[in-house]
Design a protein around this ligand. Structure first.
Ligand code: NAP
Length: 298
């Protein structure tokens, strides 16, 4: 029997997950097919019913479902529950279990390819959805000094700050707006943006702005004028490899970290959860680079 696994999102056309997971399954000689499942919010519940069938290994979950999927699962692992977002589902004999591999992928790439140690530094996250939750959680775990969360919808940023405060028991520094603490929500407005970004060491785009083949193609969350030249600029968007945000960062003279290494690390961890086998990371990396047009042939 060929088993099925795939990416649940809306949209998913830009994704290279199918290319690199399929390469991994083929390399390991496993009869599995990785599919891209474009699922609008109203069809999410129905899609999860299908995932319980015996020929389904599970799924990855992406924009905009990482939070909405949680109440539809049978069990959510401790870290994903604390983060409040699931990006990997495993079908365990008809029971759906949720995990978050984005979090470790985010930090591994930040410390590895980004050569950035969060301890005591100042970070700004743009966005407050599922990916921002994972990033914020890991930055706090790694001892970030201050964390600013800028979002179009301020209530969502506030909710994330409150959850982080609850998660970081005993730490009372979270605050909103003017009274700034360790974790602060900011509205997406020029004056607040400038205040949040002033002298920061790390800026992370956790929105889909810039994603190829989407309504967000060609857009950058920030312009060069707002980016501190001494900051590391990390774009979680990985397609195209040179995003508009990374181009703005280069204009500002800042160091950049693209989203591909995180994608690989979170994907390798998902693969291991579905199969119980160590992922062939080199094979996956080469396949992702080919899918992004960074390498020729196969
Ligand atoms: P999500 O949960 O749906 O959150 C989306 C976030 O983007 C929200 O904060 C939303 O703000 C904001 N946003 C959406 N459209 C916007 C716009 N036009 N202007 C300003 N803000 C906008 O999605 P997610 O799962 O966090 O994913 C976010 C991005 O990260 C996606 O592009 C995803 O592919 C990428 N990602 C990459 C990796 C990787 O491995 N490289 C891993 C995870 C995610 P509102 O709250 O105001 O709607």
């Amino acid at each position: 029997m060929t088993v099925l696994v795939g990416l649940i999102g809306y949209p998913v056309k830009h994704s290279v997950s199918a290319a690199f997971h399929q390469a991994a399954f083929d390399h390991m000689g496993m009869r599995a097919q990785y599919l891209l499942w474009e699922v609008p919010p109203e069809d999410l519940e129905e899609k999860l019913k299908e995932l319980r069938e015996p020929d389904h290994l599970g799924a990855n979950v992406t924009i905009p479902h990482k939070e909405a999927v949680i109440p539809l699962l049978d069990h959510v692992d401790e870290m994903a529950r604390r983060i409040g977002a699931v990006n990997t589902i495993v079908n365990q004999g008809g029971h759906l279990v949720g995990f978050n591999t984005d979090a470790q992928g985010f930090l591994t790439a930040l410390r590895g390819e980004g050569e950035f140690e969060p301890q005591g530094r100042r970070a700004v996250l743009v966005g407050a959805g599922g990916a921002a939750r994972a990033a914020a959680f890991m930055l706090l775990e790694a001892g970030i000094g201050t964390l600013a969360i800028v979002n179009r919808n301020l209530d969502r940023a506030d909710a994330l700050v409150q959850d982080l405060e609850r998660g970081q028991k005993g730490r009372k520094e979270a605050a909103r707006g003017g009274q700034e603490g360790r974790t602060t929500a900011y509205p997406w407005e020029p004056e607040a943006l400038a205040r949040a970004l002033d002298n920061c060491d790390l800026v992370v785009n956790c929105t889909p702005l810039g994603t190829r083949s989407s309504q967000w193609e060609g857009h950058s969350p920030l312009s060069a004028a707002l980016i501190p030249p001494s900051a590391l600029v990390y774009d979680l968007v990985y397609n195209p490899p040179e995003t508009p945000f990374l181009a703005e960062a280069r204009k500002a003279g800042a160091r950049t970290l693209p989203g591909l290494p995180m994608l690989l690390y979170q994907g390798a961890a998902s693969f291991q959860l579905w199969t119980g086998r160590k992922a062939p990371v080199e094979v996956m990396y080469a396949a992702a680079r080919r899918a992004l047009g960074l390498e020729k042939g196969s």
